[in-house]
Design a protein around this ligand. Structure first.
Ligand SMILES: [Zn+2]
Length: 191
């Protein structure tokens, strides 16, 4: 999960009656670089993606058309989260908070920072260590690990620097599973 900058609502008039109006949905899709705001999977490669209510509309009907309550997610995270929401232990909201303050990546696993219950509940309820995600993260980290090894072996400085630059970009917020890649790059002291 990465911090996402919420854009201003492009079409507030449409928002009043349609929380997933295409103009507004597009802005949210672009803000998270077409990735699910919770699991960082590239959503639009597979389907159009969901606009979800951070505080579920079944419990907070007055927030159904509230821009600050909308996020872009994949169907799996959306279904897992469903209408759950505990005001006392709210899920991490990447549009308002920095997930780095709550979560860490340990290899392919997402963990909460020591004693952080909000992080723990977010991982548990949204199933952020589900097998399909572990598999995807594993594939990504293995591929980057191999490239790092190859980089370290090359004796040509230009080739090495070029390859390292490409690897570092994989840790940028617009890349899939970048939260995990960032941690791997930090371990190798590349960032
Ligand atoms: Zn997701």
């Amino acid at each position: 999960m990465r911090r996402i900058n919420r854009p201003s609502c492009p079409n507030p008039t449409a928002l009043v009656t349609n929380y997933k109006h295409p103009d507004n949905k597009e802005a949210l899709v672009n803000a998270s670089f077409e990735k699910c705001s919770y699991c960082e999977s590239e959503v639009t490669h597979i389907y159009f993606g969901d606009i979800e209510h951070i505080r579920p509309k079944s419990k907070y009907p007055n927030l159904e058309f509230e821009w600050s309550n909308l996020g872009f997610v994949c169907a799996t995270c959306n279904n897992a989260k469903s209408n759950k929401y505990d005001e006392g232990t709210p899920y991490i909201n990447p549009y308002e908070e920095n997930p780095d303050d709550f979560l860490i990546a340990v290899g392919v696993f997402l963990k909460n920072k020591q004693g952080n219950e909000r992080g723990e509940l977010t991982i548990l309820d949204i199933r952020l260590n589900r097998p399909e995600l572990l598999e995807k993260r594993q594939t990504k980290l293995e591929s980057i690990g191999k490239t790092i090894d190859a980089c370290m072996r090359t004796r040509n400085e230009s080739l090495k620097n070029n390859a390292l630059k490409a690897i570092k970009q994989e840790g940028n917020e617009d890349k899939e599973y970048s939260f995990f890649v960032k941690m791997l790059l930090q371990l190798h002291q590349l960032i």
